[in-house]
Design a binder for this molecule. Structure first.
Ligand SMILES: Nc1ncnc2c1ncn2[C@@H]1O[C@H](COP(=O)(O)OP(=O)(O)OP(=O)(O)O)[C@@H](O)[C@H]1O
Ligand SMILES: [Mg+2]
Length: 267
């Protein structure tokens, strides 16, 4: 489904501050894999997502999605097949448009007609049904401007926008990190429901180590642009957060350092 071979990305090449953000990284995902990704700050997690989405081209290596070589495909073309949710609830939706207009815009990608933010009657019914599944009463607020919603509500609308047309791949970049713990939990439950119901192949970056080991089917630990550990099956079900952190420090001779994780533990 996703095949990344020997991906290399060097930033600021040829300058004093040249650094390698992806270092000969290879990764294979099967259909329906739900992979969580952890790693210290600057490990290259978001850069990996940017590479998959085509925010830049790789210096070396290749990316195939569903058998198609997308290594040199422009970002806007990949966006038709890849859904992405960011940490910042302000990204991903248009604040001055209503919930139904945002969803309509996302849904019109699937149809032959031009991009449209005026929903048909049928579309409106579909959006209402889908929103009602989440138990946030958003189905009663379809004409509310998205800018007036809370962060958690906006993330749910973004999630639905990204998945209303089933993507080949869903990328979640710490999409609950800016939310309070109760809202984060609710958005995670909704995420898992969407992934399960649509059988989505999903990659989720998180700073929450215990969520990384209990959500999805496989956990990647990244470090310095490489995949340090790839844990699944029985090994994963037995793995604790402490063991994972010990494995990290034994392998790198460094203490795991992610500011958002430390912040989370201090709360
Ligand atoms: N567009 C860019 N230009 C220059 N350097 C970049 C760019 N994007 C990322 N980097 C650098 O690449 C490295 C990896 O960054 P990345 O954002 O992928 O880390 P991360 O694992 O997502 O970290 P965090 O947990 O802090 O979000 C860092 O050294 C970062 O400064
Ligand atoms: Mg990041």
């Amino acid at each position: 489904m996703l095949d990344i071979k020997n991906a290399v990305k060097v930033f600021e090449q040829g300058t004093m501050i040249e650094h390698t953000a992806l270092d000969h990284l290879s990764l294979h995902l099967d259909d329906g894999d739900f992979v969580t990704i952890v790693g210290s700050n600057g490990a290259g997690k978001s850069t990996l997502f940017n590479a998959i989405c085509g925010s830049f081209f790789l210096n070396e290596g290749s990316i195939h999605l569903d058998g198609v070589n997308i290594t040199l495909m422009p970002e806007h073309k990949r966006a038709l097949h890849i859904g992405r949710v960011f940490q910042d609830p302000m990204r991903g939706t248009a604040p001055n448009m209503t919930i139904e207009e945002n969803l309509s815009l996302a849904h019109s990608r699937s149809t032959a007609r031009a991009l449209s933010f005026a929903p048909s009657k049928k579309e409106r019914a579909l959006f209402r049904d889908r929103l009602a599944e989440f138990g946030m009463q958003l189905e009663d607020r379809m004409k509310t401007k998205v800018g007036l919603l809370s962060g958690g509500q906006r993330q749910v609308v973004t999630l639905l926008m990204c998945t209303i047309v089933t993507p080949k791949l869903l990328l979640l970049d710490e999409h609950t990190a800016a939310l309070d713990p109760a809202t984060a939990k609710k958005v995670m439950e909704i995420t898992e429901k969407i992934v399960r119901d649509s059988h989505l192949t999903t990659m989720m970056i998180t700073h929450n180590m215990s969520a990384a080991l209990t959500t999805g089917t496989r956990t990647l630990m990244m470090d310095k642009g490489r995949i340090l550990f790839d844990i699944s099956g029985g090994e994963r079900s037995k793995m604790t957060m402490d063991t994972l952190l010990k494995m990290y420090s034994n392998s790198t001779n460094e203490v795991f350092d992610n500011d958002r994780m430390l912040f989370e533990n201090a709360k």
